[in-house]
Design a protein around this ligand. Sequence first.
Ligand code: NAP
Length: 547
Amino acid sequence: MLTTAQASDAQDSPALDLLIVGAGFAGLYMLHLARQQGLRALAIDAAPSVGGTWYANRYPGARVDIQSMEYSFGFDEPLQQQWHWSERYAGQPELLRYANHVAERFGLRDGIALSTRMLGGAYDAAAAQWQVDGLGPDGSRRHWRARFLVMATGPLSAPNRPSFPGLASFDGPVLHSADWPLAPVDFSGQRVGVIGTGSSGIQLIPLLAEQAAQLTVFQRTPAYAVPAHNGPLEAAYEARTKADYAGFRARNRAMRTGFGSDLPPGPGSALDASAAEREASFEARWRIGGFSLLSAYADIMVSAPANALVADFVRRQIRAAVHDPATAELLCPQHTIGCKRLCVDSGYYATFNRPNVRLVDIASAPIEAITASGLTLADGQQHRLDSLVLATGFDAITGTLLRLDLRGRDGLRLGEHWAAGPRNHLGLMVAGFPNLFVVGGPGCPAAFVNNMVSIEQQVQWISRCLADLTAAGRHCIEPTPEAEAQWLAKVNSAAQATLFLSCNSWYLGANVPGKPRQFMPLVGGFAAYSALCDEVAQQGYPGFKLS
Ligand code: NAP
């Protein structure tokens, strides 16, 4: 936050109804709806482009892991009819073009301040306004006053950069998958090291392997990856979907995950099926690709024995794909499949058959130090490297919010309120932080849902809430501490009924040292969550104080 003297020097914009932080898909849609409602709204983004995650994650191979006909906006029929995706799973450049197209198409550009960073914000109860401080493109101080503040900052936007001893002394470039250089990076002839084998790592490793002279993959935990089977979008599929796109979207919204209505979850228990039936079901879903494997049976994420059957199936695929038995074994995960987010890959396992690719286990011999010329492991192994790539993920869901100086009523800091882990009501609003909305934050199912569907639902709910407040002549909405406590209990008990607590994942904050271990997303499905949010609005916002 700025001092009073600094704030008085800051360029003050006219009072807004709504300040939106983030110009990714959530921010763009929020801005569009706010303007349709006649609200004075501004979206700011620290990046020089719209697109959010699809601007930041420019690493080679970055690609969506939900089919693009589903991972796209459904709120506008002409948009969804006219936009053509070139591939089944669009790559990052195409997704960024789509974000820019949305900004153009809906005339949003003049409501977006790019290269403009929020530093912090405080709720001013006397004025019933958020006072927000930030920096403009030239580094000058900015100040905004807004009745409502919408944090559309995304659940995966704060890169996790582990503090490896000696990292700063490394002589070559150190790149992070979530903060990739704008200009293409040429790894030809280089010895490249990659740390991290989650979704980002498994996407970039095959492409780096094609360029680098030697690629060394430092793996702490092997990932389960299912094939994307990406390719050009089939014209017949596109035509069929577009013939009833609204119906297709509605069927997806009725799914737990907000996508996949083309291949609904299998009923019953994996344990009740015969071995042959199970194998046929897993095989069929493996051939189709994507996340559908995990929904082959209803109990895969709640029954350890059922889960073990799928995990075993994937390990067999890994052993079949990787020629060297020792490497294959090292690539075989032993944890619950789906407990960490499943990865969707293109040629990941086969990459380890290349002579220039080496897999190094850093679970048994952790990284001891990074030196000017490479990496030293705890068992004394030295790896000489020219470039180092960190695919080490994110301080997920809460990281971006907690890196800002957000203060609610009576100066309450978000970091204090969330010291033991995040809490809020409906996954949308925090007690003590009036008129602050979070899209894709803790306590909502976004992490398990087609994020476009999740964004549309939450943004529409916020928009409706703002309209309802205006209609009721109210200025302020804030959840009660009791409602917040009940919601937290619901989030916790939903997770406890599953296998999601059985491993270290970013859902739990377990990937960031010192972060409170609390399961952050809401398990239970998109459709149920969405219905509950609608019911709360319909009933006049029980669990919230309106003033
Ligand atoms: P991630 O899933 O958290 O993976 C990070 C990797 O870095 C893990 O292998 C982790 O090992 C390793 N790591 C972290 N800290 C480390 C340390 N100190 N020492 C050694 N290894 C360390 O991150 P991500 O791959 O960026 O993906 C995050 C999420 O973003 C995904 O789950 C997904 O939701 C989304 N995403 C989606 C796509 C897509 O396909 N559309 C692509 C990229 C990302 P451990 O497992 O042992 O912690």
